[in-house]
Every structure is written in structure tokens, then in C-alpha cells.
Ligand binder design. Sequence first.
Ligand SMILES: Cc1cc2nc3c(=O)[nH]c(=O)nc-3n(C[C@H](O)[C@H](O)[C@H](O)COP(=O)(O)O)c2cc1C
Length: 277
Amino acid sequence: MKIAVAYENGRVFQHFGHTEEFKIYEIDNDEIISSEVVSTNGQGHSALADFLFGNDIAAVICGGIGGGAVNALIDAGIKVYAGITGDTDAAVIALLKDELDYDTESNCDHHDHECSDHSCDHNNSCSGFNYVRKRLKKQDDIKEETIMNEVCEFLKKVGTYYLATVDGDQPRVRPFGTANIFDGKLYIQTGKSKDVAKQLLANPKAEICAYAEGKWLRIAGELILDDRIEAKKSMLDAHPSLRKMYSEDDDNTAVFYFQNATATFSSFTEAPKVVKF
Ligand SMILES: Cc1cc2nc3c(=O)[nH]c(=O)nc-3n(C[C@H](O)[C@H](O)[C@H](O)COP(=O)(O)O)c2cc1C
């Protein structure tokens, strides 16, 4: 995989549309294998997108960026990390550790220079602000959705996972099997009459452990009750066998979704993969 950083004298260049050099990093297994500074020959933003696409770039790190450029990059399947300042090597290392503090609100308006990039998506000035924010936010939502689907598919693959809750100062663990994505969140299902539900309502901290085919997954976070009928219906539709015991309008069915979750995929052979949702 390759990551390109808008580059000037070792630092992230702050106006994507005027980028004259990119530092391109070759990444393997979350490590930088090599890097080189390449010239863009002073091209405008749509040519820059073509240039990056042609160089097989998966992600771009930059400072300010206009709506037109965001469009061109995302449409080319290139992930955009905007609003970054400082040393380019440090930015790439932070991204690989999932610690890059990027924002979805960055465009040329955030910089104290005159914006003369006429290729930005804007009305008179470089102000496609809401548009850029929405597009970058959507990009993040898609990433989160992909991650959560991967986690949910793993839980479905194992069939049975183990859910730990806190009961005073005593951990409790039991086999569970329900998993469903609804409204962009990962849900599990239980009955309000069960101890597990009572424990979660008293203390939402929970952890799941699942194992299949040499890989194990742990999800640590908080499980929050969602009393919406639609959330329960979605769960029961995903697990129709539950309808023998539960229905969306009984007083017992309870669905909980993960918040502040950290999911870690581990194996004996590979470095752990940590995702948050
Ligand atoms: C394979 C398997 C999957 C299960 N899946 C669920 C589930 O998704 N939700 C649930 O409430 N109970 C499920 N159970 C039943 C719970 O493990 C059982 O009711 C347990 O006693 C609940 O924990 P508690 O006693 O601490 O409330 C499952 C049991 C097995 C054996």
C-alpha cells in the first residue's frame, strides 16, 4: 500500500491544490518500507488526483483541501486525512498506529492565506466548507461501517461467543450468539429478566471474546440498552429462531448496542489489529 503526503521541506504542505511535491511512503504490514519525494510538476487538483491514482496511492495526508479535490480523491477511491500539520514522517507513523488526529472540517478556509485555488468547490471564495465536511465525514462513516461489519461477520462465523459483564466486584461470563448491525451500531440481544441484562443496566461495561480459525476477537466497551421497537425488530429478523421466545413488543426483549468499543483481532502469527467504533 502507498500513502502520499502533501510535502514541503519535511512538513505537511497546507494547501492541497497547490501541492508541488508529495512524499510517497510504501507501507507493508503497517510499517514504512521506503519513501521518496516526487514532484507533481505544478498540476491543479484534478490532475493531482489523477497523479495519485496513477501512482496507486491508497490514502492522502494533507492540510487544507477544497471540495473539488476531496471529490476527485474520494471518487478515485483514495482515503483523505485532512487538517494535518507538522512533520510528514510523524504523520504517517501516527496514521499507521491509528493515532492520527485528523479532522473532517478542514478546507482552505482554515488557513490564514488567500485562497487562490479556483479549482476548489466554492462560491466566490474557498468556502465549500459544509460540503467538504460532509464528504469527509461520510468517508469516515463508511470506514466505521466496514469495520463493524467485519466484527459482526466474525461473531456470526464463530456462532457462539462469550459475553462478560460486571456484577459488583465479580466478573460474570456466559455463551451468547446474537449479533446484528442496526442504525450503524453493533447490537446483541437478551431478555430483561436475565441477570446479564440487569448487570448491564447497573454497569454497561462489557467484553466479548470469540475464537475461530486461529483468530480471536475481543470487543471491550459499553453495552447500552435501546428500547426502540425498530432495533428489536431488526435483531429478531436477523435471528428468526428467537421469535419462539421473544417478540419486539413483549416487555422482555432487550437489545444493547456497543458504544466506545475497541475490537482487537489477535492470532499467534500476526500483530493484533485494533479497531474502534
Ligand atoms: C450457544 C448459546 C448461545 C446463546 N446466545 C444467547 C444470546 O444471544 N442471548 C441471550 O440472552 N442468551 C443466550 N444464551 C443463553 C445464555 O447463555 C444464558 O441464558 C445465560 O444464563 C445468561 O446469562 P446470565 O445467567 O448471567 O443472565 C445462549 C446460550 C448458548 C448455549
